[in-house]
Design a protein around this ligand. Structure first.
Ligand SMILES: [Zn+2]
Length: 199
């Protein structure tokens, strides 16, 4: 028996047509030309694997692993993404850098703006709202998960990063604490003084 397995970008589109699960390896763009020519409800599945994914000027996710499922809609493609990974954050208490694990999932509709067969621009129906917030499939029939993925990972991160039970805690500066207490007493004293004459 002869089995041949081929790997590489050139084979991706063909393999997608046969319904194989493909890997998005260090890329977030997916060509959906084939899916757009399939019936509404058709699906494609991908494994997602990003070694490093930039979130912000000084923030990046690492070891992002997950799955992407695409569903052909009448007006475009729905992408369902389920992923986890880590982001190096600064602990709000001890200010040390630590690896924060995250997990998130989202579904985003990518609107079709160009007809896949003719390349002619599709106008949105009057009842449909399309603005710069709307995710779209570009004129090369590619959708890019990057921007929504970036936003969803940021939302999945804790508001107040905390390195965990081993956190050494903030360095307590004695004079600083005394200063805060002095302020409190000063405020209290002022309030008492203001209330004083009324009683
Ligand atoms: Zn800490």
């Amino acid at each position: 028996m002869l089995c041949l397995f081929t790997k590489g970008g050139a084979q991706s589109a063909m393999a997608t047509e046969r319904g194989h699960v493909l890997d998005l390896r260090n890329e977030t763009g997916i060509n959906v030309a084939g899916l757009l020519q399939a019936q509404t409800g058709s699906t494609r599945s991908y494994g997602l694997s990003l070694d490093r994914f930039v979130l912000d000027a000084d923030l990046a996710a690492e070891a992002v692993r997950g799955t992407v499922k695409l569903v052909r809609l009448q007006t475009g493609v729905m992408a369902r993404v389920d992923a986890e990974g880590i982001v190096a954050l600064e602990c709000a208490r001890c200010l040390n850098s630590y690896d924060q694990a995250f997990a998130m999932e989202f579904a985003e509709e990518y609107r079709q703006v160009v007809d896949v067969k003719t390349g002619v621009g599709l106008l949105p129906k009057p009842e449909e709202e399309v603005d710069e917030e709307t995710s779209t499939i570009d004129e090369n029939h590619e959708l890019d998960l990057a921007e929504v993925l970036r936003q969803e990972i940021l939302v999945a991160l804790p508001m107040r990063p905390y390195c965990g039970a081993e956190c050494p805690g903030p360095d307590v500066i004695e004079s600083g604490d005394a200063g805060r207490e002095d302020d409190r007493f000063a405020t209290l004293a002022r309030l008492l003084a203001e209330d004083g004459p009324a009683h």
